[in-house]
Design a protein around this ligand. Structure first.
Ligand code: GLA
Length: 355
């Protein structure tokens, strides 16, 4: 927490009424498929966002972000997003869509790294909606809650994300993978491959999702689907079909189609097979989807060269941020340190969490 940060009572002068938390997520496989009806395979990370709330008896919501030591306020009747700092937009959206009709005081604390592709924003949205559910204000189940959280991104933040992050934060745990069909929302909770554990490294390369090429990529693959005459690239069975598209749409579509196939293969794979699919995913994201970053590529290569690593790749939207590896059980911390050292000390191990 920021050294200046304060607890709920110190900020708002009264005891809280409720508290809820939600985790960040790391996606193991299935990147940039969730806005084309595809398959994803995320898991929750141990870091989470905690939201503490109380009704304040006014027509104003007040939000305090402990990690930033910043406060913002806005009317229950509606907030002008352009005037709110970014952290408050997520909260304002979740309070609005969660049906908060009375003023609330909201205290936010998070240890999910921000801007690293580990879904700190989904964790915040889901935690606020869970806090509203705890107060009896919001009544949706975990899936409805995830869909409401996704709407916050679309309608209040302006990021046209898929549903993976919010579903993972709402439904996944850190011990399992969540196989999610993002079209039907059918899902299966699966164990990690035997003998393997997850390593997450933050490259430290900053990225901002809204300002990045995310919405451009989305528009490109929508155009590719339109040219191929399918509702979504999920519906392309034979990857040869994409070869008739012009560049860059051909490369973008090839990534999505092959990535969906990799997720379905991974579900049946052992640790070595799963890792090989992660390595192939990274190549595809770097070369065809063009959402990686040279520093991330260097860390991925350093990881892939280490003996206890089954596979490694960038994770999340890309353009910097975090990477994920599947490594032999018990080796994640030392493997992460060795890879960071190999690239000259740039980067930080996020999972396993440092205590
Ligand atoms: C971001 C979005 C997700 C997903 C990933 C890429 O995290 O929020 O919906 O599209 O990028 O897989």
């Amino acid at each position: 927490m920021n050294t200046q940060s304060q607890g709920f009572e110190a900020v708002f002068g009264r005891a809280p009424e409720g508290q809820a938390a939600a985790p960040g997520r790391v996606n193991l496989l299935g990147e940039h498929t969730d806005y084309q009806g595809g398959f994803v395979l995320p898991t929750a990370i141990p870091q989470h966002t905690t939201v503490t709330v109380a009704r304040n008896g006014t027509g104003q919501h007040r939000v305090y972000a402990a990690d930033l030591d910043r406060q913002a306020g806005f009317a229950v009747s509606g907030a002008d997003m352009a005037e709110l700092p970014e952290f408050a937009r997520y909260v304002a959206g979740a309070l609005t869509l969660g049906g908060a009709r009375e003023g609330l005081d909201v205290h936010v604390h998070s240890d999910v790294p921000m801007g690293a592709g580990l879904s700190s924003s989904a964790a915040l949205e889901v935690a606020v909606l869970r806090a509203l559910r705890g107060l009896g204000v919001y009544g949706g189940d975990d899936v409805a809650l995830a869909l409401a959280a996704q709407r916050v991104e679309h309608e209040f933040v302006g990021v046209l994300c898929g549903v993976m992050d919010q579903m993972a934060s709402s439904l996944a745990d850190a011990q399992h993978m969540l196989l999610l069909d993002t079209r039907s929302l059918d899902r299966r909770v699966l164990p990690l491959p035997a003998g393997a554990e997850v390593l997450v490294v933050d490259s430290g390369v900053p990225r901002t999702l809204a300002g990045s090429g995310y919405n451009t990529r989305r528009a490109e693959v929508e155009e590719a689907a339109r040219l191929l005459g399918v509702p979504e690239l999920r519906d392309v069975q034979d990857v040869a079909a994409v070869e008739e598209l012009p560049l860059p749409l051909r490369a973008r579509a090839r990534h999505v189609v092959t990535e969906n196939a990799r997720v379905l293969q991974a579900v049946e794979a052992d640790a070595a097979g799963f890792g090989a699919l992660m390595n192939a995913s990274h190549r595809s994201l770097r070369d065809d989807y063009e959402v990686s970053h040279p520093q991330v590529d260097a860390l991925v290569a350093a990881l892939q060269a280490l003996p206890d690593v089954f596979g490694a790749r960038m994770t999340g939207a890309g353009f910097g941020g975090a990477l994920v590896a599947l490594v032999r059980t018990g080796t994640a911390a030392s493997v992460g340190a060795a890879a960071i050292q190999a690239v000259g000390g740039q980067g930080q191990v996020v999972v396993p969490a440092q205590t």
